[in-house]
Write a protein that binds this ligand. Structure first.
Ligand code: PLP
Length: 381
């Protein structure tokens, strides 16, 4: 064997892969990884077929199919009042994960500090570290996981290059409020701090709440990469098509990396999504669709011994199990999967220091019968 110095010595296989594999192995109901167990719309599949039949099977332009970039620009302007130039400020990516990696690698240099809020989606920290950046994490606490902005202020110094936001939030299902935006705006004013805003769950927001996209706030928008995905809104996580929006000076750097990372993304799916987006109901109907699932699942869980944490957005429901067991969440979740047949994600996996508040995350983007079965099993715990 040739000796290799690992670039990520502390990193193992992601918890999503581990839990999904275990769920398959023991035939458990898989509420761990964030994907639906129902199909995406037949119209969308038809649109992909048509795009293929019409010969859209070769490389797309490096930045993405123009009609898709135009639809994204229109949607963003309609929803958030922000104008992005599809030619210079929007790039189609291989899912949001690639957009996140590309944005971080485009601007983070060795020793730059990046502030993240934990629990955090698991690809942020490794991307920062690979670029030689330093992860400055602020641990948030259940049940509300609110950001204490005075603590953020204490983390900011000359080396702070970026703050990563994620709203609606995976795994905690919290959302940013206008007060958070005001605090953030005051904090970054006159500072050379960029923002990476992960908005993959922008349309999965409930109870009439507003999605505070950073696109709405010009002083934030000017310093932000906004990243998103079509996998979540269109129930097609396996297609791995997403995008990044940023002012031209940032997008210029983003594309320098993008062109050598993937060059371009799946062509027929881009044509199909561009067509699908013409009907704005495809995304405007999503809050109601998912809120019904959230309410149904929460009602079921209320009968169990798990303590429900708030869920304002995303398709995740977190629960505390302190009344049931004092096992570590990583141990408890294994037992839950093997003995009771329901797989979840232990939230400690989203903290770099493995902080364990005895909280598990369930994904409720599932058919009603799947949720029923899961609740039946959870009632036995
Ligand atoms: C917060 C967050 N960001 C990014 C992603 C990745 O999205 P994609 O599958 O489009 O790469 C996910 C997927 O679960 C997510 O939850």
């Amino acid at each position: 064997m040739i000796s290799v110095i690992s670039k990520l010595p502390q990193t193992g296989t992601t918890i999503f892969t581990v839990m999904s594999a275990l769920a398959n192995e023991v035939d458990a109901i898989n509420l761990s990884q964030g994907f639906p167990d129902y199909n995406c719309s037949p119209e969308l599949i038809e649109l992909v077929n048509n795009a293929m039949k019409n010969g859209h099977n070769q490389y797309a332009p490096m930045a993405g199919v123009m009609s898709l970039r135009e639809r994204i620009a229109e949607k963003t302007e309609n929803l958030y009042g922000a104008v992005y130039n599809p030619d210079t400020e929007i790039t189609i990516t291989a899912g949001c994960t690639q957009a996140i990696f590309t944005a971080i690698s485009a601007v983070i240099h060795p020793n730059d500090e990046v502030i993240i809020f934990e629990p955090a989606f698991d690809c942020y920290a490794p991307a920062i570290k690979l670029m030689g950046g330093v992860v400055k994490s602020l641990a948030l606490e259940p049940p509300n996981y609110r950001i204490a902005w005075d603590m953020v202020k204490r983390l900011v110094n000359q080396k702070t290059k970026m703050i990563i936001l994620n709203s609606p939030h995976n795994p905690t299902a919290t959302i940013l409020h206008k007060e958070d935006i005001d605090e953030l705006s005051a904090l970054v004013k006159n500072q050379d701090i960029l923002i990476l805003s992960d908005e993959v769950y922008e349309h999965l927001i409930y109870d009439g709440e507003t999605h505070h996209s950073v696109a709405r706030y010009p002083e934030l928008q000017q310093r932000s990469f906004i990243v998103a995905s079509f996998g979540k809104p269109f129930h097609a996580t396996g297609w791995k098509v997403g995008y990044c929006m940023a002012p031209a000076y940032l997008m210029h750097e983003f594309r320098k990396i993008h062109q050598f990372l993937v060059f371009s993304v799946n062509t027929p799916i881009q044509y199909a999504i561009a067509e699908h987006l013409k009907n704005e109901q495809t995304y405007l109907d999503l809050p109601e669709f998912f809120q019904q699932k959230r309410d149904y699942f929460r009602k079921g869980l209320e009968q169990t011994r798990f303590e429900l944490l708030p869920c304002h957005g995303s398709y995740f429901q977190s629960v505390r199990y302190s009344a049931i067991s004092d096992e570590k969440d990583a141990d408890f979740v294994l037992r839950l999967t093997k003995e009771f047949g329901v797989a979840a994600i232990p939230v400690s996996a989203f903290y770099t220091k493995g902080i364990d508040h005895h909280v598990l995350r369930f994904c409720f983007a599932k058919r009603q019968e799947t949720l029923d079965k899961a609740v039946d099993r959870l009632l036995k715990v």
